[in-house]
Design a protein around this ligand. Structure first.
Ligand SMILES: Nc1ncnc2c1ncn2[C@@H]1O[C@H](COP(=O)(O)OP(=O)(O)OP(=O)(O)O)[C@@H](O)[C@H]1O
Ligand SMILES: [Mg+2]
Length: 367
């Protein structure tokens, strides 16, 4: 009889030991999970908190174990930001009974909180926090891209629709022109036609630039092409007290490009350089250097300026469509240039230091 009791006690002890081992194992897993977990009993007392959740709340686990919610909020170790965070979680999940709540921490990371309670929890409240920053970033990028694509489409369709009435106005002015001539007002007709043509040009340029077509490539020497662009910009440079220097090193280098599109890219970059230089005021002596280099596979067009340069924020968003720091800029110049060069199988890189200047390097595959 005694040995039977002994056997039962030993067995019970073994079962207890195994149960304890299993409990320890699961607790260990929960403690080191990458999601935060906190458990309150039906009286609002904290019964479990894992490492991640303690880190999120900015307190040591030992100091809040067994505390009630009120004691946690009054905890001396906890900063004001975290106290407010807990109060918000309490309000959203317990008072408003929301099962999900999203919050961001002081490092800018996003956390999705899920609350579980009710019959299956035996009166306990389980709150888990999952780091969803990466999902959030993907979501925001997708939203941003959608917005930009939509904006691009709307602006392109508005530009397109403005062209139709302009064509009608142009036609009627031409019909009226002989009558205006009789009245000695031909000058008016000339100005109207000129202005309509200018508006049309702007729209065409916008429509072309917001959607560069496939390049119609021909093989051309790179230096004469650069010379032509420099000629186009020289008068503006002169007005801004700036010198454009074309270094004629690799005179015989050929590239296979859509000449119109590449001219547009170089023009965009030089115009930006002129703006960056004139932002430094009249007394700053601006200089823009153009130079061609090459290696085995590529030709490199270097365009550098001693303008105001760029900070990290501008550099990071430089090629984004509609990103501009100028009052009258569209922010399309570089995004279109980037796409044009990519369509040619090349790439654009940038080095810039705020207050010192900027260098753009256009790389194009050699013929
Ligand atoms: N050489 C440069 N030096 C300093 N900042 C520059 C330079 N080139 C570009 N940037 C910055 O990059 C931004 C985007 O340039 P981008 O050419 O795409 O648009 P934009 O010049 O502002 O407008 P748009 O070209 O449509 O008139 C500019 O607003 C400017 O802040
Ligand atoms: Mg520009």
């Amino acid at each position: 009889m005694l040995s039977e009791i002994q056997e039962t006690i030993v067995k019970s002890f073994q079962v207890l030991q195994t149960t304890q081992l299993v409990k320890d194992k699961y607790e260990n897993i929960l403690e080191h999970l990458d999601s935060g977990i906190i458990l309150f009993d039906r009286n609002g007392m904290l019964t479990f908190i894992n490492v991640q959740m303690a880190r999120l709340l900015g307190v040591s686990r030992s100091s809040i174990r067994g505390c009630s919610l009120t004691q946690i909020i009054r905890h001396s170790q906890m900063g004001r930001f975290n106290k407010r965070k807990i109060l918000r979680i309490y309000k959203e999940t317990i008072i408003y009974k929301k099962r999900y709540h999203e919050l961001s921490d002081e490092n800018g990371r996003y956390w999705l909180l899920t609350v579980t309670y009710g019959d299956q929890m035996d009166g306990d409240y389980l709150i888990s926090a999952k780091d969803v920053s990466d999902h959030k970033q993907i979501e925001q990028t997708a939203y941003q891209n959608d917005k930009l694509a939509m904006l691009g489409k709307i602006s392109a369709s508005i530009a397109h629709e403005i062209r139709n009435p302009l064509t009608a106005i142009r036609g009627f002015i031409q019909l009226l022109r002989p009558h205006l001539l009789q009245l000695g007002k031909d000058e008016y007709a000339r100005i109207i036609l000129m202005e309509i043509d200018r508006a049309n040009d702007i729209i065409c340029e916008f429509l072309n630039s917001s959607k560069p077509s496939a390049p119609q490539t021909i093989t051309v020497p790179v230096l004469p092409l650069l010379k032509e662009v420099v000629l186009l910009t020289e008068s503006e440079a002169l007005l801004k007290g700036c010198e454009i220097v074309l270094h004629e090193g690799q005179s015989a280098l050929n590239i296979s490009v859509d000449v119109k599109q590449i001219k547009q890219v170089i023009l965009n970059i030089i115009k930006n350089a002129l703006d960056a230089i004139s932002d430094l005021g009249h007394y700053h002596i601006g200089i823009i250097n153009l130079e061609v280099k090459e290696d085995l596979d590529n030709a490199y067009i270097h365009i550098s300026d001693n303008g105001k340069g760029m900070d990290h924020n501008t550099l990071a968003r430089l090629f984004d469509p509609f990103f501009t720091t100028k009052l009258s800029g569209t922010g399309l110049g570089l995004s279109v240039s980037y796409r044009i060069i990519k369509n040619h199988g090349g790439f654009i890189s940038v080095n810039s230091t705020a207050g010192e200047g900027t260098e753009f390097i256009i790389s194009l595959p050699k013929v």
